[in-house]
Design a protein around this ligand. Sequence first.
Ligand code: TMP
Ligand code: ASP
Length: 266
Amino acid sequence: MSRRRQIYEGKAKILYEGPEPGTIIQYFKDDATAFNAQKKGTINGKGVINNRISEHVFTRLAHIGIPTHFIRRLNMREQLVRQCEIIPLEVVVRNVAAGSISQRLGIEEGEQLPHTLIEYYFKDDALNDPMVAEEHIACFGWASNEEMQDISSMAIRINDFLCGMFSAINIRLIDFKLEFGRIWDGDYSRVILADEISPDGCRLWDMVSGEKLDKDRFRRDLGGEEEAYQEVARRLGLLQDDGNPGEVFDLSAHRTKLRGTPVKKK
Ligand code: TMP
Ligand code: ASP
């Protein structure tokens, strides 16, 4: 691999300078953290699977008109994305009570919420990502009112799309986290979906058994995290049943090559 400039190393990903100005390479690690990195570990093969799942989800979201940073997957662990200025908010969408909302408000995990909730957290590890209101976001200028309009309407559309996508494979989408960025065109900017969408930042429960198929397996020491991530990828049709994603990658490369080849009519 050629020498590339590392821009940033996060908990689950490393960002490198991309091949062209305005691009970045996202490298997906197997590292897993929880509780603001107080708990650390690895989930073997997680990076490969999250790269593939996130590619799939971002590509499908682009098809329904959600602007995203995703350009293309480069290899097993890397994808090329548009560089953007990350808006310092974690946008959490909840359909069913679980995790911090259950703890904070004493709602039993698994209880369907009366309607979908969007919560905002200020991205700051030193402060432990505190929950903030839209008032704080406006007051401190983390995002403008227009940007918040875009963010909330995209979050709802993404939720509707993902609920359908997962229910088709017998998975209940409990909640998930999104991050957005802005890209500049002269004096104007627009908001695009950034980061990743994978079992690291979603709660995914099997519809029949209620089995957790996401990072809660790691957070709560349930075991079987590798199998859970693989199961999500498998149900999405991204893995062969033996769990080896190799064939899928080779095939897509092959297809690109074939596209330009004229096909003779029989
Ligand atoms: P929470 O219940 O812990 O607030 O998490 C809500 C959702 O957001 C859950 O699907 C996990 C995801 N999440 C992240 O992706 N990163 C984080 O740092 C946190 C706290 C949650
Ligand atoms: N990834 C986050 C951290 O380690 C928290 C989580 O996903 O639970 O801080």
